[in-house]
Design a protein around this ligand. Structure first.
Ligand SMILES: [Zn+2]
Length: 138
């Protein structure tokens, strides 16, 4: 009661993405073992639970420097279970670069960036516009 009326905030209905702990651990391990180079991979969803990332396809020939170069988009297999990308940043910042945003914009629905020190708290998910997405670890 009082002068202030509470406004109910209705959250927009959005698809909530999930990732299996096993898959996340694999991503973190690959990021660690490639450090100080960047690691890049493709995210695949479960055939039945289509909101759950269950597999990572590690891309060969990771390069240091511009993460853009990791993803040779013309070489991607035609596979509709691939929903996006994952790559690591040797820095402690899981923030997409200009090149990352350009990549997100051209390919996929969900993108993960893993930053140093490559643990459960140092990664973030983004949509194709570079907006942060919440991803549940299951
Ligand atoms: Zn990046």
């Amino acid at each position: 009661m009082g002068f202030f009326k509470r406004k109910e905030k209705i959250p927009p209905v959005r698809k909530k993405w999930k990732i299996t702990r096993k898959c996340l651990n694999l991503i973190l391990e690959a990021s660690k073992s490639n450090y100080p180079k960047e690691f890049g991979g493709l995210l695949r969803i479960d055939k039945i639970a289509k909101d759950t990332i269950r597999e990572v396809m590690i891309l060969p020939g990771t390069v240091s420097g511009d993460s853009h170069a990791i993803f040779k988009l013309h070489m991607l297999p035609i596979d509709y279970s691939i929903v996006g990308t994952v790559h690591s940043h040797p820095s402690p910042f899981a923030i997409p670069s200009e090149a990352d945003l350009d990549l997100f914009n051209r390919f996929g629905k969900i993108h993960i960036i893993v930053a140093n020190p490559f643990n459960e708290n140092s990664w973030k998910g983004y949509d194709y516009m570079g907006n942060e997405l919440e991803i549940d670890v299951i």
